[in-house]
Write a protein that binds this ligand. Structure first.
Ligand SMILES: [Zn+2]
Length: 374
């Protein structure tokens, strides 16, 4: 089937590494959705939109018939070995650049370069603010947290194309737009360090430290990603609506720093609104697309109701399994082609414009915002 997107490579502006080892069924299912595997009531997590999509899209790449059973699929995966599976699945995504959040379990997954090598692509780094702050607190030398954090983040940013906050997971997105005072920041960091010294696991969950991280990132000036909406059950979704970010978006509107709202589902329409009214806001529905499977076209179409075409990016949010990248890229290509083709049929836009918009959303917008070069 020819599509408008044939020959267009993709920039995946938010993903993670994969687990480079052979996986048993429980391990595979544990990485398949945002749920934990082995639940008593759900049954197999293959009986989900994403599980069905893996059997449909990935089985043929491993030399099986489409819709091969989960057992056949997992057996074939072991037979080929994880390296060959990753190479086949990732090289067929036609992703040219992987922008990898290196702050989530880096000890368990591949580095940006290792991930990109499977696809003959380029790996780039996105630095997670909360992880850096936690490292600084853990290794605290007793001097000013703000100074140490600023120095460390600036150094890391030199090798990165963007920064990321997981405020949504820690305090929610209902953040005050004020820049906190350094004295208060250092005091909060000392409280946190004392907890760690008393034996707690370091986990940045003070609003003031999170906001300090965000403003430090704004000063550095790289595009700043926010986790929004859909995620695992660590996130309290009632506090992940992107509209909660409105005060912060107003406060940063003239900063010149692009704000990248990731995932967004089920608040993708709200995110589309924000992308329309704020020039510096960019959006995607990455994680959602492989999870909603057959509904990917609808979700993408809803994002594109209000979001300017120049503000929408592609991402997989792949983590752990190369399958997630593969399925996501396939569903995204199909969904975007369907939305743009429907517009041509309705004479809403010309075929020329449809192709131009596709190129922007697949890669052009990301190249421009993250300054990736050609
Ligand atoms: Zn992610």
């Amino acid at each position: 089937v020819t599509t408008l997107l044939d020959g267009m490579s993709l920039v995946d502006h938010h993903c993670h590494g994969i687990v480079a080892q052979d996986l048993d069924r429980a391990q595979f299912e544990g990485l398949l959705t945002e749920a934990e595997a082995g639940g008593r009531w759900h049954g197999t997590l293959f009986d989900t939109q994403v599980g069905m999509a893996v059997r449909r899209f990935c089985a043929p790449v491993l030399g099986l018939a489409a819709h091969a059973s989960a057992d056949e699929y997992l057996a074939r995966r072991l037979e080929l070995g994880h390296d060959e599976v990753a190479r086949r699945l990732l090289s067929r995504t036609d992703i040219s650049d992987f922008l990898v959040d290196t702050g989530l379990t880096p000890e368990l997954v591949t580095s940006p370069d290792e991930l990109a090598r499977y696809a003959g692509a380029r790996g780039r780094q996105i630095v997670r603010l909360e992880r850096v702050a936690e490292d600084v607190i853990q290794e605290s030398s007793g001097s000013s947290f703000a100074d140490e954090f600023g120095g460390r983040l600036t150094a890391l940013a030199a090798d990165a194309v963007g920064l990321k906050s997981i405020a949504a997971y820690r305090v929610g997105l209902d953040l005050s737009a004020d820049r906190p005072e350094i004295r208060e920041v250092d005091r909060a960091a000392r409280r946190c360090a004392a907890d760690v010294a008393a034996g707690s696991r370091v986990r940045l969950c003070e609003d003031i430290l999170i906001r300090h991280g965000i403003w430090t990132a704004i000063d550095i000036g790289l595009p700043l990603q926010f986790h929004v909406g859909y995620g695992d059950r660590d996130a309290n979704l009632t506090r992940c609506d992107p509209l909660l970010l409105t005060p912060l978006l107003r406060a940063t509107a003239t900063s010149g720093v692009p704000i990248m709202l990731l995932h967004n589902y089920p608040f993708h329409r709200q995110a589309g609104y924000l992308a329309q009214v704020f020039d510096h806001v960019f959006v995607d529905v990455g994680l959602a697309l492989h999870n909603v499977g057959t509904r990917a076209g609808t979700v993408l179409a809803e994002l594109l109701e209000l979001a300017p075409f120049g503000s929408v990016l592609f991402s997989t949010d792949g983590y752990g399994l190369p399958e997630l990248f593969h399925v996501n890229a396939a569903l995204f290509r199909h969904a975007l082609d369907a939305v743009l083709r429907a517009g041509i049929e309705e004479d809403a836009w010309s075929a020329y414009d449809a192709e131009r918009l596709a190129a922007m959303i697949c890669a052009g917008n990301a190249r421009r915002v993250y300054r990736l070069g050609a």
